[in-house]
Design a protein around this ligand. Structure first.
Ligand code: ADP
Ligand code: ASP
Ligand code: MG
Length: 403
């Protein structure tokens, strides 16, 4: 069997954990399997690199940030190769350039396009464990790129697809995918399995346990993912195309503080204004999430929408500089907001899911600022300080149970 295993930052956070991971990989290797291991930077190293960079220059170039980031995962793979060697097993570390993991050139948020598998196969043929840096790629000119925070999961799934691996295992600091972040919702339960669509929705809506792009890739290439703990042998969660259990109305709750609410106030109430506003944002590559338009009065209306926090200022600038001043009165920005969502493929055939969620929020005295729904989710915007309380309320409302 060819197995791709990925270990996150906490799992390789210190010497003891590095040896723990080395032993787990060696166990599979000694059974005769080919083993490819993707590693993240140790502990909080990526955050520390950001702090270091900002101390030198508060506005560092994205290219140099990616150059800096790659040192984090490179440290992990090199130390791991040394640990395996110490334990008497041959291993080789490779970075994105050495493998040749080709990506787009969008620094900080690149997408993998093509992975050369020749070098990896060559090393596996020599019966080595192959250690690959997570989260990085190279662009057309061999500049290093990174795939976005949490992107090592995506490296693992992309490798599993390219190598046609028999298994893709993602090891982390919790035992699998839960009905909500177990650090925020104490009643959260581990799921035995979850569909790609549900996992994709949860990951996109803030469940950081998997990078959402990794789920997208897994779905596209039919890679089954197992999420499990690096610290014990408990059975994890399988992410796959269809689950055998009966379709649940709701499968999980997610919270995301990375949201900002922009309100364009006193917009002229005439046809085409919304089109012009959102067309302007689209042309500037600004992704808009929840949209709310107030009922018009006195010839004007308010249009509110959310964007990610890092886009808030740019969004305001784009509107101020390009949207005719005569078309609106003012812009208001609120960054202390969070999204709380409930996700489940069964929602489409069960009316009343939203009402049940709103009731739970009401019972806990949480004010809803905006609402958005789709066939597979209900999302509300709340004040940031209410996020955990709202996640717990939503979770309670559906008595989300695993099985
Ligand atoms: P790694 O470094 O291994 O990639 P991450 O911190 O990226 O680990 O992801 C694991 C974390 O994801 C957990 O510690 C947990 O707090 C968080 N998390 C958020 N939502 C969920 C969820 N639904 N199920 C499990 N963990 C979740
Ligand atoms: N080290 C990177 C990060 O902290 C990538 C990852 O962990 O997946 O975001
Ligand atoms: Mg992660």
């Amino acid at each position: 069997m060819l197995i791709v295993k990925k270990f996150g930052g906490t799992s390789v956070g210190d010497k003891e954990r590095i040896f723990n991971v080395a032993r787990r990989c060696i166990e599979d290797y000694k059974k005769g399997n080919d083993v490819v291991v993707v590693l993240s930077a140790m502990g909080k190293m990526t955050d520390e690199l950001i702090a270091q960079a900002k101390d030198i220059n508060p506005n560092p170039s994205k290219r140099e940030m990616d150059m800096l980031f790659t040192t984090g995962e490179q440290t992990s793979v090199a130390l791991m190769a040394m640990a395996m060697d110490y334990l008497g097993v041959p291993a080789v570390s490779l970075n994105a350039f050495q493998v040749a993991m080709h990506s787009t050139n969008k620094y900080g948020n690149a997408r993998l396009k093509r992975i050369d598998t020749e070098r990896i196969h060559h090393e596996l043929d020599q019966r080595k464990i192959v250690l690959v840096t997570g989260f990085q790629g190279i662009d057309h000119y061999n500049n290093y790129t990174t795939l976005g925070r949490g992107g090592s999961d995506t490296t693992a799934v992309a490798l599993a697809a390219a190598l046609r691996a028999d298994a893709c295992e993602i090891y982390t600091d919790v035992e699998g995918v839960y009905t909500a972040d177990p650090r925020k919702v104490k009643d959260a339960r581990k799921l035995k399995e979850i569909t790609y669509n549900e996992m994709l929705e949860l990951a996109t809506l803030g469940a950081g346990v998997l990078h959402n792009r990794c789920v997208e890739l897994a779905k596209k290439h039919g890679v089954q993912i197992v999420v499990r703990s690096s610290l014990n042998t408990a059975e994890g969660t399988i992410v796959k195309s269809a689950t055998s259990t009966e379709e649940k109305v709701a499968v999980g709750v997610a919270g995301d503080k990375d949201a900002a609410r922009i309100a364009v106030l006193g917009v002229k109430n005439e046809p085409g204004v919304a089109f012009k506003l959102f067309n302007l944002l689209a042309r500037n590559n600004i992704n808009v999430d929840i949209i709310l338009q107030s009922v018009g009065r006195d010839g004007t209306k308010d249009i509110s929408f959310t964007v990610t926090e890092d886009m808030a200022q740019e969004t305001v600038d784009v509107i101020r500089n390009n949207f005719a001043r005569s078309k609106y009165k003012d812009i208001d920005v609120q960054t202390k907001v969070a999204k709380v969502s409930i996700v489940g493929a069964g929602m489409v055939s069960h009316p009343g899911v939203a009402a049940k969620m709103f009731q739970a929020l009401y019972e806990d005295g949480i004010n809803i600022r905006m609402i958005s729904t789709s066939e597979i989710r209900v999302t509300v915007l709340v004040n940031e300080e209410d996020m955990e309380k709202a996640m717990n309320a939503a979770h309670r409302a559906f008595q989300l149970e695993a099985e």
